[in-house]
Design a protein. Structure first.
Length: 330
């Protein structure tokens, strides 16, 4: 009896230690890596640690980060990723500029961009929630959106005319521009909804075990739609902010955005199979991806090398995090 009790206690202790290790890997690996990257870069890369450069990193992170944070719910729910990110963001930006120009209000343009992106999200959520492959669905929708934008605009540059939309990108507080504050607020709201609400719990359960979720009374379609609504809000906000920064938009813009967002979610540790992930870690993943690209730019590497090296680093990080989790759960 004593031996059995000791064995149970030992197993419980081992399980507790493994759980603690998994939590440590999930919660601290990426922040520690970010600290290391910034520290080494500050010492080895000229101009990296200047306020102007750090500010530029934060501005670029705000666009990638908002979309990555909003897409995290889709991945957690077990629906992989959207492959229509770039074209959907461009569409949101064009709608923002067009409506701003027509109404004379950047806020009206922002509202229109978000509403359209949410409507597209609901449509894709209905299709994916009905059982169609999310990768094929989002790739097809992205292709249709790109085609419609290219046909409608004839490849021309879209602007808001004489309407001032730049203030969305240039308004600052403590010398930090508005998009960075929106990114932080967006991440905080997404974290709360994902971690502390019923829909957030349902998204996690659906991704962890779809059959169990259904048996528990969770609607796979409704939960998937909510995940895509979150994604739509992020696309609309990011598209408007990006357009306000550039003051213009055209169909072929943002070619590398889709891969940057997916990389941010993966590096943030969200499980591709679903059930595990955090918007805050996706936000940190976006910061890491943008910082790595910035470092390479400061070292004079051309676009091809930057894409190649960032892709390689992402693969290594994802594999290492996966192996560490596997080892810690044995």
């Amino acid at each position: 009896m004593t031996s059995t009790a000791a064995t149970i206690a030992a197993n419980f202790t081992a399980t507790s230690h493994r759980g603690s290790l998994v939590r440590f890997i999930n919660n601290y690996t990426l922040p520690l890596l970010l600290v290391a990257v910034f520290a080494v870069s500050a010492l080895s890369t000229p101009d990296f640690a200047t306020f102007a450069n750090v500010r530029a990193i934060l501005i670029n992170t705000s666009i990638v980060g908002i979309i990555a944070v909003s897409m995290t719910a889709i991945t957690i729910s077990g629906n992989f990723f959207s492959l229509g990110i770039a074209s959907s963001t461009v569409l949101a930006g064009i709608i923002f500029l067009a409506v701003s120009g027509l109404t004379g209000s950047a806020l009206a343009g922002l509202g229109a961009a978000v509403l359209l992106s949410v409507a597209l999200g609901v449509m894709q959520g209905l299709i994916v929630g009905a059982g169609l492959n999310p990768v094929i669905t989002t790739l097809a929708v992205g292709s249709v959106i790109y085609g419609l934008v290219a046909i409608t605009t004839k490849g021309a540059v879209v602007t808001a005319g004489s309407v001032d939309v730049a203030w969305l990108a240039t308004w600052t507080f403590l010398e930090i521009p508005l998009p960075v504050y929106i990114f932080v607020l967006f991440t905080a709201v997404a974290w709360f909804l994902t971690e502390h609400t019923l829909i957030g719990r349902n998204i996690h359960l659906l991704g962890a075990n779809r059959a169990t979720a259904r048996n528990s009374g969770i609607s796979a379609q409704a939960t998937t739609i909510w995940a895509f609504i979150s994604f739509g809000v992020g696309l609309g906000v990011a598209g408007a902010l990006n357009a306000s920064q550039l003051h213009q938009m055209q169909a072929n813009d943002l070619a590398g955005l889709t891969m940057d967002v997916i990389a941010a979610v993966l590096v943030g540790g969200t499980a591709v199979s679903g059930g595990e992930g955090s918007p805050t870690r996706s936000a940190l993943g976006a910061l890491l991806i943008v910082a790595l690209g910035n470092i390479m730019l400061l070292h004079g590497l051309d676009a091809g090398w930057r894409v190649f090296l960032v892709g390689g680093i992402v693969v290594v990080l994802v594999v290492v995090l996966h192996v560490l989790r596997k080892v810690s759960t044995r």
